[in-house]
Write a protein that binds this ligand. Sequence first.
Ligand SMILES: O=C(O)CCC(=O)C(=O)O
Ligand SMILES: [Fe+2]
Length: 370
Amino acid sequence: MELPVIDLAPYLEVSSKSSGNCWDEEEEEEELELDPELKTLCCEVSRTLRETGALLVKDPRCSADDNDRFIDMMENYFERPQDFKRRQERPHLHYQVGVTPEGVEVPRSLVDEEMLEKLRAMPKESQPSTPSGPDPKWRYMWRVGPRPSNTRFQELNAEPVIPEGFPEWKDTMDTWGYKMISAIEAVAQMAAIGFELPKDAFTSLMKQGPHLLAPTGSDLQHYGKEGTVFAGYHYDLNFLTIHGRSRFPGLNIWLRNGQKMEVKVPIGCLLIQTGKQIEWLTAGDCIAGMHEVVVTNRTLDAINRASQQNRSLWRVSSTLFAHIASDAVLKPLGHFAESPIARNYPPICAGEFVEQELSVINLKGSNGEL
Ligand SMILES: O=C(O)CCC(=O)C(=O)O
Ligand SMILES: [Fe+2]
C-alpha cells in the first residue's frame, strides 16, 4: 500500500476566499459550501488518517526550496562541535527550548509496559526494532506562534535560544514553522469536514497552542550502522505532526491494521502523522500513529550518495509538533462523544495531558510548562 498524496491547492483556493487562519481571533460565521469533489477530497484525508495514521500532502505555499533552506541551516548547526551545541542546552528548562543532546529522550517502547506487551504479541515481520537505551538523536526546540497571556499552564518565560553565528536563525525557523502550521491547519480543517465535524472543530482548539518546531539531528557518520535506532517505536503526544522531506530515509510507520510500512516522501511533499490528541478528540476513530526511525539499507544508500557528493551526513528532520491549546479540554468532539469507547477518553486539559506524557519520556517540566 502506498500513501496517497493529497494536493491541498483546490481546498486552499476555496477556503482562502472565505476564511482566515487559526491565529485569527474572530470566529467565522459562515460554513464553507463545499462542492462534492472537495468533500470527497476531505473524506480521503480523514479516511487516510484513520487507516494509516499518516498522510502525504502537497501545499503550494511550502516549496522544496523552503525545506532545503531550513535543512541546510540545521545541518550546519548539528555539524558544529558538541561543546558549541551544548551552549544551547537548557536542562533546567527541561529542554523545552534550545537543544536536546543525544541520549536524553527515552523512547516510549522502552518504558511503557503495556506497549511492550503489545509489541511482543506482534508478528515477527512487523515488530519494531528494539532500542537499547535513550535515543541517539539530537533535537532543537523552537516555539512557533503566539501564546496565551493568561493560562493555567504558564509557559517558561525563557527567551528563545539562538546559537551564535547564525544570523538567519530566527527568520529561517519562523518562516518554516509558520508554513508548516498553515499546512496543518488546512489538513485539520479538511479532516474535520471528512469526520463530519464543523470545519473549525480542530483549528479552533489549536489557537495559541504550544506548537513546537522540533527538528531532529542524527549523526550518520558515527551511528550509520544498519539497524541503529534513532527514534525508538513511539507515538507523538501532540495533535498532528508534520515534516518536510528528510534527505535520509529511515522512518517506519505502523498502519492501523498493524502492518509496518517504510515511508517515502516525494520531493516537495510533506508528511503528516496523527498524534495522541487527535485520538482523544475522535474517541479513537483516528488513533495516534506509531513510528520509529531506524538506519535501513535505503538509509545506507543515501549515506553513500551523500559521501560521494561531499554532503553532510547529519540526518535532519524538519519536524513540527502542532498542539491543542494547553487550556483547552481534550474530549471526544461532536458525534464521537456517542462512541461506545468514548469513556476511554475522559475530559482532560490538554496541558495536563502533555505534562503526564512528557514525564514518561523523560522530558517533564516542573512548572506545568510544555
Ligand atoms: O527524525 C524523524 O524523522 C522523526 C522523529 C520523530 O518521530 C519525532 O521527533 O517524534
Ligand atoms: Fe515521533
